[in-house]
Design a binder for this molecule. Structure first.
Ligand code: GLN
Length: 342
């Protein structure tokens, strides 16, 4: 058993070798070191379980469409997925019911309001988009199945498919979400009044609370993003997570509505489809190239991870990842990947 000193030297050597063959990992390490001491924001505290998060947790993961993974920092630390789940359930609704049915129940318009606003589109009575709570509850209501067991099975299978491993619900978080979720219940019943959700609304709320309480880590978020980047196919398991024709639907709402009431600023500055959650996770997608997963539980006033935003802004800027950065001739992200196929 080597003593601590020689283990440290060996780790350093391995670190150097890895950095030499994987300069992109070194870039992520640089960003991690640059932002890990940013202590702005605070952890979510609307339920006790989230208030227990360690503000130091910070993981950055990038998974490419050819299956390479770059994990730096706390990429195995589990967090509740919270609102990051919403675009994936929207995709599921599209697969199960098609565009026409889904768009009768939920719009695709950004709100500029808080995610939990009790507001519906006055003309259509629809929730504005699937990434605010109202829209997410409406899409959860569309999860098919003859009973709760069948519906939750469909939900969990979808998330397991995106993550490439079996994912589970944190029961304590679920119980807290359920016992404090009065506002979500109010939103759901308002939608019931307008016929936007079915009579199964109580069961659908349970599904919504369950989906928010699924545990994932930063690496999982990157794999999920990479599955969307890879036209719906998980690049690690090679299994299809979402029908190809609906990938653009999901990415469009992520680009315009994914970052709460910061969505416009995000689209302008970062220019990537993404979704954040109050657990501190962000999943961003670089179509055709990679998924980015970040976990850092310190949130800004809108509920977005403070360090997560900084990392995404810098990655987008450095590598020209903005959707409309045409003819970018600076550093290319792929040039930093090692063992690039093709
Ligand atoms: N589960 C919480 C809610 O529904 C938070 C969702 C989120 O990440 N904004 O209000």
């Amino acid at each position: 058993m080597p003593d601590n000193q020689s283990t440290g030297a060996l780790d350093d050597l391995i670190g150097c070798l890895k950095a030499a063959v994987a300069p992109f990992r070194a870039t992520l390490q640089e960003l991690h070191a640059k932002y890990r001491d940013v202590a702005d924001g605070k952890v979510a505290d609307y339920i006790p379980e989230l208030a227990l998060a360690d503000p130091k947790w910070f993981g950055i993961s990038v998974v490419t469409v050819d299956g390479q993974a770059f994990d730096v920092g706390d990429c195995q630390q589990l967090l509740s997925i919270q609102s990051v789940s919403k675009p994936f359930v929207f995709g599921m609704a599209l697969e199960d019911h098609g565009r026409e049915v889904v768009l009768k129940k939920v719009g695709v318009e950004p709100t500029g309001e808080a995610f939990n606003a009790i507001v519906l589109d006055e003309k259509s009575n629809r929730p504005f988009n699937p990434l605010v709570n109202a829209g997410a509850i409406a899409t959860a209501d569309l999860i098919p199945g003859k009973d709760f067991a069948e519906r939750i099975k469909r939900l969990m299978a979808t998330f397991s498919g995106y993550a490439g491993r079996d994912v589970y619900v944190d029961n304590a978080i679920f119980m807290s979400e359920r016992s404090t979720g009065h506002r979500n219940r109010a939103i759901a019943h308002l939608m019931l009044n307008f016929g936007m959700v079915s009579e199964k609304v109580e069961e659908s709320l349970e599904l919504y609370f369950q989906q928010c309480s699924i545990l994932v880590n930063a690496h999982d978020l990157a794999v999920m993003g990479a599955s969307l980047a890879n036209a719906g196919v998980n690049p690690i398991t090679k299994q299809r997570a979402l029908e190809r024709e609906y990938v653009k639907d999901v990415l469009s709402v992520m680009l315009t509505c994914g970052m709460y009431d910061y969505a416009g600023e995000w689209a302008y500055r970062v220019g990537l489809p993404a979704k954040s959650g109050v657990g501190g996770g962000i999943c961003a997608v670089v179509p055709g190239r990679c998924g980015i997963g970040i976990f850092s539980p310190l949130l800004d006033a809108r509920g977005n991870s403070v360090r997560g935003i900084k990392v995404c802004e810098e990655l987008s800027d450095r590598f020209g990842l903005h959707a409309f950065e045409l003819g970018f001739d600076g550093e290319r992200i792929e040039d930093q990947f090692y063992l690039r196929k093709k």
